[in-house]
Design a protein around this ligand. Structure first.
Ligand code: SF4
Length: 298
């Protein structure tokens, strides 16, 4: 869930009022950049699906709190992700109409259904014939009622002739990015699996990590698909779907104001997002102040 409030220089505003505050001069952050960041935050937030970036998370409790509590984000912390989004989108827009990229797909989102008995089938045909998000949301809701799980993944680019997928990541400095992280590996494996499921050839994946002045390309060594699907994708998707059941109105009401993880939910795990032990030395978890683990540990 996006944050409910946005802060800048020690003051905060409800997310929907932030751009107006920038336009009126009440907040000195540039209004155009604020509008881009907030639009990017609110662009796609489909609670019905499990996406590639959710497949590998350091702490599932963080996701629960973000969906349960009102929380505030500093606008300058949101900029890197929006910068990436704007960069990648601009880059792909340029290539989309270029005939030299014939046979490439850009920003293609794939959906698939995992049934209770472990079968997985593609959903794209249905989407193509009915490009109506309200209908889609309802369809996902009904499938979930039947015990199905909806998987989704959006590839930045796919060269369908050569079967090479491309992903672009913007970082403040590329220097320390010398290998593909575990979470990126799972993300690219999910994209590969979904694209193949929809009939596309994928032989490999390349991640371009870029900063303002340089870029590095990392080749992804994809795992053996069948083993990855059985040993990782299906169990992990089922676990996440179970966690999503906690994120319902009923649970929110019962747990109102109580930040203990509900029974059956995994313990919070202190990690680089909240310990400050990361490349930037920053606290990335926006719900750390409300996290039981940090309250207990002081
Ligand atoms: S502060 Fe750390 S342990 Fe707590 S929810 Fe955030 S990431 Fe998880």
């Amino acid at each position: 869930m996006p944050p409910t409030r946005i802060s800048y220089l020690g003051k905060s505003w409800p997310i929907d009022d932030f751009v107006a505050a920038c336009l009126s001069g009440e907040c000195s952050f540039p209004a155009t950049i604020a509008a881009t960041i907030i639009q990017n935050l609110q662009r796609y937030d489909n609670h019905q699906t499990i996406s590639g970036s959710q497949l590998h998370q350091e702490c599932d409790y963080k996701a629960l709190l973000e969906r349960t509590l009102d929380y505030t984000k500093e606008i300058t912390d949101l900029w890197p992700a929006s910068f990436r989004g704007a960069n990648v989108h601009g880059l792909l827009e340029t290539c989309r109409d270029d005939p030299r990229f014939n046979g490439w797909l850009f920003e293609q989102r794939f959906f698939a259904v995992l049934t209770p008995v472990g079968e997985i089938y593609p959903l794209r045909e249905i989407l193509n014939s009915v490009p109506d998000w309200e209908f889609f949301e309802e369809m996902c809701h009904n499938l979930r009622q039947d015990g199905c799980i909806i998987l989704s993944g959006a590839l930045d680019a796919l060269d369908t002739m050569n079967g090479i997928g491309h992903d672009y990541k913007t970082k403040s400095k590329v220097g320390s990015y010398t290998e593909v992280s575990e979470s990126w590996l799972h993300q690219m494996s999910e994209y590969t699996f979904l694209a193949r499921l929809h009939g596309y050839k994928v032989n490999g994946f390349r991640i371009t990590v870029m900063d303002a002045t340089s870029a590095v390309v990392l080749e992804v060594q994809l795992p053996i698909e069948e083993l990855w699907v059985q040993d990782y994708l299906i169990p992990r998707a089922r676990k996440l779907a179970k966690h999503q059941e906690f994120m319902t109105e009923e649970i929110l009401a019962v747990n109102d104001g109580i930040l203990e993880p509900p029974q059956g939910f995994p313990e919070p795990i202190i990690n680089y997002l909240c310990s400050g032990e990361n490349r930037e030395g920053k606290i990335y978890c926006p719900v750390r102040d409300q996290c039981i683990k940090w309250r207990k540990n002081g």
